[in-house]
Design a protein around this ligand. Structure first.
Ligand SMILES: [Fe+2]
Length: 208
């Protein structure tokens, strides 16, 4: 499927209600992402709007809230048992002074979700389990057989050395409050080299 970003899909009221749910948790999973689970109240707030965007062929399968102050590693959120699934990112709060973006690569990983640790030691994650090294070391689809575009690297991906991103190409999407970004769940994606902090909600839907 084609990646789309649609603006002004949610109201400030809905967005603030979602943020209230996120802030109501006492504890958050994982150091880098401060994740929190999707609640029934979350789905009550967004389901009808999402149905209007993606139609009735999709069923909610997983999701989480997240907050970060540092770019997160390239990863996927796909599970093979879902066969055909989409990933929806709903930016909730942008404290990046406009620097925050989601980078979605043209390359896909067709196995269960992984996180590439790049030049860092492998950590333990319960989902999106960590792999040593970079996506180019693995059988990802659509490799460019080239280094990453220099301008793209300098604008968005300087959190890791340029060689780490070889064989990848992609686009970025602004972390725009009240927008929705919809993309194929097999696509490798990551955060750009933003400064500040951002809070979002990500939901996965599989084709029913
Ligand atoms: Fe993700």
């Amino acid at each position: 499927m084609r990646t789309v970003q649609l603006s002004d899909i949610f109201s400030d009221d809905t967005r603030n209600s979602l943020l209230d749910i996120y802030h109501s948790f006492d504890e958050y999973d994982t150091e880098e992402m401060a994740k929190a689970p999707v609640t029934e109240g979350t789905l009550d707030l967004v389901s009808e709007t999402i149905r209007q965007c993606i139609g009735t062929d999709y069923k909610y399968v997983s999701g989480n809230y997240y907050h970060h102050t540092q770019p997160f590693y390239p990863h996927t959120d796909f599970k093979k048992e879902w066969v055909d699934s989409i990933n929806i990112v709903i930016p909730l709060e942008d404290h990046t002074e406009g620097t925050g973006r989601l980078v979605i690569f043209d390359q896909e990983w067709h196995e269960d979700s992984k996180t590439w640790m790049m030049i860092h030691p492998v950590k333990h994650y319960d989902v999106n389990t960590a792999l040593p090294g970079c996506p180019f070391d693995y059988p990802i689809t659509n490799k460019t057989d080239d280094k990453i575009d220099e301008f793209f690297y300098k604008a968005h991906l300087t959190q890791f050395p340029v060689w780490c991103w070889q064989n990848l190409s992609g686009k970025t999407y602004r972390f725009e409050e009240n927008s929705i970004i919809i993309f194929d769940n097999k696509r490798i994606h990551c955060t750009n080299n933003f400064t500040g902090s951002k809070t979002g909600l990500t939901l996965r839907y599989k084709k029913a």
